[in-house]
Design a binder for this molecule. Structure first.
Ligand code: KPL
Length: 327
């Protein structure tokens, strides 16, 4: 792999192109397909790791169809393999882990077989809870938290890019690893618009967590689009959730000023006003929701600090009821 680096990053880009960096996207959901469609044509050896053999077969046979933000439709050839069949030698240099939180317990043991001490593993999960896996893996490879504001919808192996956004990555649990060559090559290949390094990734993670803790359960419970939450009739409930999230954040050493977060939540509601949140989509499709990693995680963190958080407890219970009812 790399022994030196070039401040302009051009060397890294060349290295990616001359097939020395092996990249994998782990997870064939909407974001996994979107990133595979972006990276596969621009990098050397690339693999999409899917959960099912059926999806891998379909991707290998027909590729990924991407509808871009401007409505253009493209077909992209991508190599895929189901997770159970992964035996990589040599291992991957960069892995973007794009599975949902509840799949991590089955993915982590497989990941351990395909990394080397300098592998850069980026975790794109929503919410709070995956940090424990990064802590566990960090003695074997380089681990990063990723936070994204991009939106995508998947239908089979067709992915529609629905929301322009950016992704940020930051080293976790250790300090700064910004100069890692394989990581730099990924940042260069993706470009600043799509992927940036963030020195303070925990802060960004908490910002997104607060937004999701308010928008996701409320839209799922009331079965409304994100934009409907702008109505003042929901203000008291939004305020109740956010106040508790900000309180726990501060106990965890993160400052989430209420007013700033309030505005950010409303900005997201405006920007995604026509969308159904991921939690509402999960409920509607009878899939498990991420409630345990959002409001449920806030309640658990509160308990760790001997704080009772009745509002987040209420919303966690409501969504659990809804999950049961929908199943
Ligand atoms: O991230 C989201 C989600 O649905 O999970 C928001 C920001 C609420 C957009 O829908």
């Amino acid at each position: 792999t790399f022994t030196s680096h070039d401040p302009n990053g051009s060397l890294f880009l060349a290295k990616v192109r001359d097939e020395t960096v092996r990249i994998a996207v782990w997870g064939g959901g909407a974001l996994g397909l979107l990133w595979s469609a972006r990276l596969a044509p621009r990098t050397g050896p690339f693999l999409l790791v899917t959960r099912t053999a059926g999806q891998a077969r379909q991707v290998n046979n027909t590729g990924i169809t991407l509808t871009t933000l401007s409505g253009e439709r493209k077909k992209i050839r991508v190599k895929a393999r189901p997770a159970g069949w992964i035996r990589e030698d040599p291992p991957f240099d960069v892995i973007l882990v794009m599975v949902k939180q509840h799949h991590l317990p089955s993915v982590i043991p497989l990941l351990k077989n395909v990394i080397h001490p300098e592998t850069q593993v980026l975790f794109f999960q929503n919410g709070w809870g995956h940090q424990k896996w990064l802590e566990q893996l960090s003695s074997r490879c380089e681990t990063y938290l990723a936070v994204t504001t991009e939106g995508a919808l998947k239908n089979g192996n067709h992915v529609r890019h629905t929301g322009k956004g950016t992704s940020w990555i930051g080293s976790y649990p250790d300090g700064d690893k910004k100069t890692s060559p394989a990581l730099r090559s990924l940042l260069e290949t993706a470009g600043k618009d799509l992927l940036q390094y963030d020195e303070d990734i925990r802060q960004r993670l908490w910002g997104k967590l607060a937004v999701n803790c308010v928008i996701n359960p409320m839209t799922a419970w009331y079965e409304i689009r994100n934009g409907a939450l702008l109505h003042p009739k929901y203000d008291a409930e939004k305020e109740g959730i956010l106040t508790e999230v900000a309180e726990v954040a501060s106990l965890e050493g993160i400052s989430l000023p209420f007013q700033q977060m309030w505005e950010q939540i409303h900005e997201v509601c405006r920007r995604t006003s026509a969308n159904f949140s991921s939690m509402l989509q999960d409920v509607k499709h009878h899939r498990p929701t991420e409630i345990d990693y959002l409001n449920g995680a806030i309640v658990r963190l509160g308990a760790k600090h001997q704080r009772n958080l009745p509002v987040n407890q209420l919303w966690t219970g409501r969504i659990r009821e809804k999950e049961k009812f929908m199943i």
